[in-house]
Every structure is written in C-alpha cells, then in structure tokens.
Design a protein around this ligand. Structure first.
Ligand SMILES: [Zn+2]
Length: 256
C-alpha cells in the first residue's frame, strides 16, 4: 500500500514538474514576443497544419517524358502499347493494396503478373501481421500515368512508370496520418518498374535481382522454365519471359 501511494506520488510529482516547466517556457516566450506575437505563433502553427493538409490532398503531377521515351521503346518493341502497361500498373497496385489490407497473399499467389513481386509482398504482409498493423486503401482512384525512364541492357529491358493516385488511407501505425489527415483523401504518386527479358542467356548474370519464388513454399526458383520446385516439389508452370513484369513499386510521397 505504502509502495503504491509512494509510486502514485512520484508520478504526480513528475506530471506537476512537466506542467510547471511547460508553463515557465510559455510565460518566457510570451514575455519575449508579447501577446500579439503569441497569437501569431499560434496562427503560424495552425497555418502550418492547413498547409500540410493542403499538400496531402493536392493531386500530384506525374513525373515523366512519355512521348520522347515511347518512340524509343517502340523502336525496340514494335507492338508496345503504353495504355496496356498503364492498366497493368493499376491492376498490380490494386492487388498489392488488397493483399496489404487483407494481410494475406492468397489472392496473388498465382497471379502471373506478380511473379517477380511475390516474395517482396509476402514479406511485407508478414511484417504488417507481425506488428499487428492495420492499413486500408479505400476509394482508390488512379489519375494519370507517364513513362519516366527506359533502358535496354544485358538481355533485359526496363520501363519506369510514374502514376498518380488518390485514396482514403488508414494506417494505425502512422501517427501523422491520424493526427493531421484523418478523413482526408491522400493524393500520392507511385513509381513502378517493369522488366522484359528478351534474352535469357544474357539475363542470367542479373537474375538475382529479380528472384522468382515458389508460390507454395516460397523457395527461390533457379530456373525460369517449367519443372518442379527443388524444395517442395510443386509443379511450376513455364514462365513466358516475353512479357512486361512488374519488379518494384514505391510510393514517392511517404512523409507527408
Ligand atoms: Zn516450393
């Protein structure tokens, strides 16, 4: 009993101490800047919050030079269709958002478009589960896309896309989202990369960068062709490399 009271007393003392310090600082600042200055400081803080909220809800600009790059892609890939790739980016990002929301990779396990992404998403989902975090993406609305970059080297071609999107975002581990942006639509932008392996023999040197995992046990697959997983024996369908596959995605605005 005596211990509990002593403990409560100590807590009270600490709270009172912090209160006194805060008051002394407030009084000191006020004596320096005066009551008018104090009002200005408070207003500046409010404006700061408004500015942050404005920036959060501002539809972002895509960063790309589509026309210029598109022609060089078409030179290498005659049947290239940028709208098809844009819709793929939307579909893939939606699948990733849903997996994060559901905290499950069940629906993307056998998604052929996400073969290079599967292990990354699986790890992310596991991390979210472990930390007991809830993330939600509601009313997702894609705005625009642009081609940001293109390269062709060592048996593979890479296209980088820039995509703007808005959604109602909930993340219970993000203090700022709760503090400033609750109920607001988050306007943001994603950078995604797509790879087309046109010469597997050359690509082998870079293979580690784009690992394909067994959808059943998660073991890395060494070969692209058909066969059985070395670890669990699951049959893996042959992968058509002559296709644009997403290899990475990244939100450009992480710290609002
Ligand atoms: Zn396996």
């Amino acid at each position: 009993m005596g211990f509990v009271l002593g403990f409560l007393g100590a807590c009270l003392g600490i709270v009172a101490g912090i209160g006194i310090i805060a008051f002394v600082i407030y009084a000191k600042v006020r004596s320096v800047v005066g009551p008018v200055g104090m009002k200005e400081i408070k207003e500046a803080a409010k404006n700061m919050k408004d500015l942050k909220r404005e920036e959060y809800t501002r539809e972002k600009n895509v960063g790309g030079i589509t026309k210029l790059i598109e022609s060089s892609i078409i030179r290498d890939f005659g049947d290239f269709n940028k709208d098809f790739l844009y819709s793929k980016a939307e579909k893939n990002l939606m699948s990733i958002f849903n997996a994060i929301e559901d905290k499950s990779v069940e629906k993307i396990k056998n998604d052929n478009d996400l073969i290079y992404m599967y292990s990354t998403i699986r790890d992310k989902v596991q991390d979210i589960k472990n930390n007991n975090i809830t993330i939600k993406y509601d009313n997702v609305q894609f705005h625009r896309h642009a081609i940001k970059d293109y390269s062709k080297t060592d048996g593979k071609a890479t296209i980088t896309l820039s995509s703007t999107v808005g959604y109602n975002y909930i993340n219970d581990s993000d203090k700022n989202v709760k503090k400033y942006y609750s109920g607001l639509k988050r306007e943001t932008r994603y950078t995604t990369k797509f790879v087309y392996v046109y010469d597997e023999t050359k690509f082998k040197y870079n293979q580690k960068a784009y690992m394909i995992s067994c959808p059943n046990c998660g073991a890395p697959l060494n070969k692209f062709g058909a066969g059985n997983c070395e670890y669990c024996g699951t049959y893996i369908k042959p992968i058509n490399l002559k296709n644009w596959y997403m290899v990475s995605y990244d939100e450009d605005y992480k710290n609002f």
